[in-house]
Design a binder for this molecule. Structure first.
Ligand SMILES: NC(=O)c1ccc[n+]([C@@H]2O[C@H](COP(=O)([O-])OP(=O)(O)OC[C@H]3O[C@@H](n4cnc5c(N)ncnc54)[C@H](OP(=O)(O)O)[C@@H]3O)[C@@H](O)[C@H]2O)c1
Length: 280
C-alpha cells in the first residue's frame, strides 16, 4: 500500500537523505517541505507526480495549516509525519543568549508540537499514522555547552512519551530518533555558538570550537539513517520502538546513562519509598 510521508526540513542533512531515499520508493507519496523550496531541486529527477514540494517554516502556524491541507488535498491522507527540522546551540548555561535559546525552542519543541497537533486530526480520522520525532542522544544524556539543546530535546522526549500513550488506542504510534554525531549541517551552520567570556568557563572553549570543525566529519551516515527509519516504519510498524538510538556512540551512551540511572534508583529505593504517608 502506498503511504504518504510528510517531512520537515528537507533542504540538507537527515531531511535531505530521507527525502532522497523516499523519492525512489514505489510505495511512497512524498511531501518534502523546506523554508526555501528552491533548495529541493535534487528531487526533480525522481518526480513522476508522487512528490509535493511545499514551503514550510515550522514556527509559522499558517504555513503548517497550509501544508497539511495541500497534503490531504493531493494525497487524501497522511500516514507518516517526520518532525526533522531542528537547530543546535552551543554555549555554557550561564552565558548562553536568551533570545537565541528561545528561538531554538520555537523550532525544536514548538515547531514539532504544532506540526504534530496539525496532523493528528487526519491520523485520528484514518485510525492510523506514525509520527517520527527527531530527538537526539542529547535528549537522553546531557553534555557541557549543550544545556539548552539538551533541554529542548528532553522536552521532545517528554511530550512524545506522553502523547504516545494518549493515541495508542487510536491506531497512532510515535517513534523518537536519537542520533549521535551525523554528517549534516547541524554542528555547523545550524548551531549558533556563544564562546565563553568568563575565565571560569574557558576550559569549554575548545569544545565549542571543535563542534564547528567536527561538522561533516562525524561517524554517522544520514543515508544509512534514512534506510533504517524507512525499514522500521514500513516493516516493523507493529512493534515500532518508542526510542531508536542511531550510531554507535548514541547506543553506547544511552546504555551507560540508563545503567547508571537504574543503579541510582535501586540504591535509593527504600529511602525513596519511605517519603509516602503510611497506608491507613
Ligand atoms: N547531525 C547530528 O549530529 C544530529 C544528532 C542528533 C540529532 N540531530 C537532529 O536532527 C535533526 C535534523 O538536523 P540535521 O542534523 O539534518 O541538520 P541540518 O543539516 O542543519 O538540517 C536542519 C534542517 O532543519 C531546517 N530548519 C531549521 N529551522 C527551521 C524552521 N524554522 N522551519 C523549518 N525548517 C527548519 C533546516 O532548513 P534551512 O536549510 O532552511 O536552514 C534544515 O533543513 C534536528 O532535529 C537535529 O537536532 C542531529
Amino acid at each position: 500500500m502506498t503511504k504518504t510521508w510528510l517531512i520537515t526540513g528537507t533542504s540538507t542533512g537527515f531531511g535531505k537523505s530521507l527525502a532522497t531515499f523516499l523519492a525512489q520508493k514505489d510505495d511512497v507519496n512524498l511531501v518534502a517541505t523546506a523554508r526555501h523550496t528552491d533548495q529541493l531541486g535534487y528531487l526533480d529527477q525522481y518526480d513522476h507526480g508522487q512528490i509535493l514540494k511545499a514551503t514550510l517554516d515550522v514556527t509559522n502556524r499558517d504555513e503548517i495549516a497550509a501544508v497539511v491541507k495541500a497534503t490531504t488535498d493531493k494525497f487524501h491522507g497522511i500516514d507518516v509525519l517526520i518532525n526533522n527540522a531542528g537547530l543546535g546551540y552551543f554555549g555554557t548555561f550561564e552565558e548562553s543568549d536568551r533570545d537565541a535559546v528561545r528561538y531554538m525552542f520555537d523550532v525544536n519543541v514548538w515547531g514539532l508540537i504544532d506540526m504534530t497537533r496539525a496532523v493528528l486530526p487526519t491520523m485520528r480520522a484514518q485510525k492510523r499514522g506514525i509520527v517520527v520525532n527527531f530527538s537526539s542522544i542529547a535528549g537522553l544524556a546531557s553534555f557541557p555547552t549543550l544545556s539548552f539543546y539538551n533541554s529542548s530535546k528532553y522536552a521532545v522526549e517528554g511530550v512524545t512519551e506522553a502523547a504516545a500513550q494518549e493515541v495508542a488506542g487510536l491506531g497512532i504510534k510515535f517513534m523518537l530518533i536519537e542520533p549521535s554525531g551525523f554528517r549534516t549541517d547541524w554542528a555547523g551552520r545550524s548551531s549558533q555558538k556563544t564562546m565563553p567570556k568568563l575565565a571560569d568557563y574557558q576550559q569549554f572553549a575548545s569544545r565549542i570550537e571543535g563542534s564547528e570543525e567536527g561538522a561533516h566529519h562525524e561517524a554517522g551516515d544520514p543515508d544509512k539513517a534514512a534506510a533504517i527509519i524507512y525499514d522500521q516504519v514500513t516493516n516493523h510498524a507493529a512493534d515500532l520502538p518508542l526510542r531508536l538510538p542511531l550510531g554507535q556512540w548514541s547506543t553506547d551512551t544511552a546504555i551507560d546513562k540508563y545503567t547508571k540511572t537504574l543503579a541510582n534508583f535501586k540504591a535509593l529505593h527504600d529511602l525513596s519509598a519511605s517519603a509516602d504517608q503510611p497506608e491507613k
